[in-house]
Design a protein around this ligand. Structure first.
Ligand SMILES: *Cc1c(COP(=O)(O)O)cnc(C)c1O
Length: 480
C-alpha cells in the first residue's frame, strides 16, 4: 500500500481529529440549545452565492479538516436552536449522533445477515417492539427503511401484492388500481401511486372537513364512483398526522370503511405515529391497531438522526410479499427475517437500528413520551398565545406540534393578506433570527411552525409573534 493511502487510514490521526471534532460539537450544542446571541438559527445566503462559496472553497485547496467542519456548521441550519420552528426533523439526541459515528465507520452493508449481524438483529427487534407498541399482536413486525417516503411506497407495494395476489408483479398491470387518501396527505402518497403506474385515476383525493381531517362521510360516494368507472380501489391511507396542519385523520372511522370493502389500510404516521409512546396523546391514534401497515419516522418525533424510519406490518408475513422477486444469490428462501434486503427497497442500507436502539437503551421509551408531550403541549400553548394577539389568525385548534397562523391586519383583501404573509416569511428567513415556513390552506397562505425542539418555550413564541407583527406592519405600509 502507498504511504498516501496508509496515512489516510492512520488511527492516531483519527483519534486526534475525532477528539477535536467532538469538542467543537459539544461547544456548538451548548450554544445552540441555549440560543446563544452569536448563533443565528440560519445564516441565510441565496443558493447561487452559497454554491459559489463552495466552488471557491474547493479552489483554495485548504486541507484543514476542522476548519472545514466549522465552515459547514456555520453554513447550516441549527435544529437544536430554540428559534428553529420549521420543517419536521428532530433535534437528534447526542447518543444517537455518536452511534452514527460508530456505524459510519463500521459501514456494515445490511443487505444480508452477515453484512451486519448486530444491526440486522436490532432492525428486527425494533420492528417487533414498535409493532407491539402500536397495538399489533404477536404476528406484528416491521422493517427499518430510509425515510417515510420510501416506507409509504413499500407499504403500498405490499398492499398491491397482497390485494392482487402478486399478479401485477409477474404480469404487469391489467386492471386500473387506486387508493383513497385525504387531499391534505403528504405528496409522497400521490407520488407512490404514480410510480406504480396508476396515473391520475389511481389517487382518489377525499376532501377534508373544517378541521383538515379526511371527510369519512364522503368515502362511500367516492369509492362507488371509482368502482363504477372500472377502477379497482385496493387501499386507503390515513394521515396521522397530515404534514401541513398536523391534524390527525379519524383512523377508527377509516378502519371501519376499510373493513367494509376489504381495503388495505395504511397509516402514514411519519410525523405523528410516535405519539404511540405518549399516554396523553396516543388517543389521537385510536384505530391505528386496525391498520395493515404503519409508517413512522424516527427522524421526526423520535429523536434519531435522519434517515431512519420503520414500516410496521400487522402481519409480518406480508412484508415478504412486497418484492416477490427471486435473487437467490442474496437469500436462500423467503421467510428468513435476517436477510433484510428481501423485504426492503434498499440493498445496502444504513445501520439505522443502532441509533434508535442507543436511545432506547440509554433512556428507555419514556424519553419518546416526554418529547411528544412537551412539544404537543407547547403546540397547544402556542395556539393560546396566538389567540391573545389581535390580528393573528389561527385556522384550527392544533392536535400536535404543527401550528399554522397568519397575520391579518384590517383593510387588506384576501390576495394582499396572502402576499403579506409570504413576504413576512421570506423576510424572517433572510434575517435568520427565527426559522419558520409557510403553507397553503384552502388556497390561502399561512405561516407554519413545527415545534421540534424542546428548548423552544413560550418566551420564543411570544417573541416570534411580535416580530411577525412588526415585520408585517412595515411591509403592509407599502400596500396603502
Ligand atoms: C415527512 C412526512 C413524510 C415523508 O417522510 P420522509 O421521511 O421525509 O421521506 C410522509 N408523510 C408524512 C405525513 C410526513 O409528515
Amino acid at each position: 500500500m502507498s504511504d498516501f493511502l496508509k496515512g489516510a487510514y492512520d488511527a492516531e490521526n483519527f483519534r486526534r481529529k475525532g477528539h477535536e471534532l467532538v469538542d467543537m460539537l459539544a461547544d456548538y450544542l451548548q450554544n445552540a440549545t441555549s440560543g446563544a446571541e452569536e448563533l443565528k438559527v440560519l445564516n441565510y445566503q441565496p443558493a447561487d452565492e452559497q454554491y459559489q462559496f463552495w466552488e471557491q472553497d474547493y479552489k483554495n485547496n485548504d486541507k484543514d479538516f476542522l476548519a472545514l467542519m466549522n465552515k459547514v456548521l456555520d453554513r447550516s441550519i441549527h435544529i437544536h436552536h430554540p428559534k428553529y420552528m420549521g420543517h419536521q426533523v428532530t433535534a437528534p439526541l447526542p447518543e444517537a449522533a455518536l452511534a452514527g459515528l460508530l456505524t459510519n465507520l463500521l459501514n456494515n452493508g445490511m443487505a444480508v445477515y452477515e453484512m451486519g449481524p448486530a444491526a440486522s438483529a436490532l432492525d428486527q427487534f425494533i420492528g417487533k417492539l414498535v409493532a407491539k407498541k402500536a397495538g399489533f399482536g404477536e404476528q406484528g413486525g416491521g422493517i427499518l427503511t430510509s425515510g417515510g417516503t420510501l416506507a409509504n411506497l413499500t407499504a403500498l407495494l405490499a398492499a398491491r401484492s397482497i390485494q392482487t395476489g402478486k399478479t401485477v408483479w409477474e404480469e404487469g398491470s391489467r386492471q386500473p388500481l387506486a387508493l383513497m387518501v385525504s387531499e391534505e396527505a403528504h405528496y409522497c402518497v400521490d407520488r407512490a401511486a404514480r410510480i406504480m403506474g396508476w396515473g391520475n385515476q389511481g389517487v382518489i383525493k377525499v376532501p377534508v372537513d373544517e378541521n383538515y381531517r379526511m371527510r369519512t362521510d364522503l368515502l362511500e360516494e367516492y369509492y362507488q364512483k371509482a368502482e363504477a368507472q372500472g377502477v379497482k380501489v385496493i387501499a386507503i391511507v390515513g394521515s396521522a398526522c397530515s404534514t401541513s396542519t398536523g391534524k390527525y385523520d379519524r383512523l377508527d372511522q377509516i378502519a371501519d370503511f376499510a373493513e367494509k370493502h376489504q381495503l388495505w389500510f395504511h397509516v402514514d404516521g411519519a410525523h405523528g405515529g410516535g405519539a404511540i409512546y405518549s399516554e396523553k396523546y396516543s388517543p389521537l391514534l385510536k384505530g391505528i391497531e386496525r391498520a395493515d401497515t404503519v409508517t413512522i419516522d424516527f427522524h421526526k418525533m423520535l429523536m434519531t438522526p435522519a434517515l431512519s424510519s420503520v414500516l410496521l406490518f400487522k402481519n409480518e408475513e406480508h412484508s415478504f410479499a412486497t418484492f416477490a422477486q427471486k435473487a437467490q444469490y442474496l437469500w436462500d428462501k423467503s421467510g428468513e427475517w435476517e436477510n433484510l434486503a428481501g423485504r426492503t427497497f434498499e440493498c445496502t442500507k444504513f445501520m439505522m437500528s443502532v441509533k434508535v436502539y442507543s436511545i432506547l437503551r440509554t433512556y428507555g421509551e419514556d424519553i419518546f413520551a416526554e418529547y411528544t408531550n412537551v412539544l404537543y403541549d407547547l403546540g397547544k400553548s402556542f395556539a393560546g398565545i396566538i389567540d391573545q394577539h389581535a390580528e393573528m389568525e389561527l385556522p384550527y385548534e392544533p392536535d400536535s406540534n404543527i401550528v399554522c397562523f397568519r397575520y391579518r391586519p384590517e383593510g387588506l383583501d384576501a390576495e394582499q393578506t396572502n402576499q403579506l404573509n409570504a413576504q413576512i416569511r421570506q423576510q424572517l428567513l433572510e434575517e435568520g433570527t427565527f426559522y419558520i415556513v409557510q403553507t397553503q390552506l384552502q388556497g390561502n397562505t399561512y405561516l407554519r411552525t413545527t415545534l421540534m425542539n424542546p428548548f423552544t418555550g413560550p418566551k420564543e413564541l411570544e417573541e416570534l409573534l411580535v416580530l411577525v407583527k412588526t415585520t408585517g406592519q412595515k411591509i403592509a405600509e407599502a400596500y396603502v
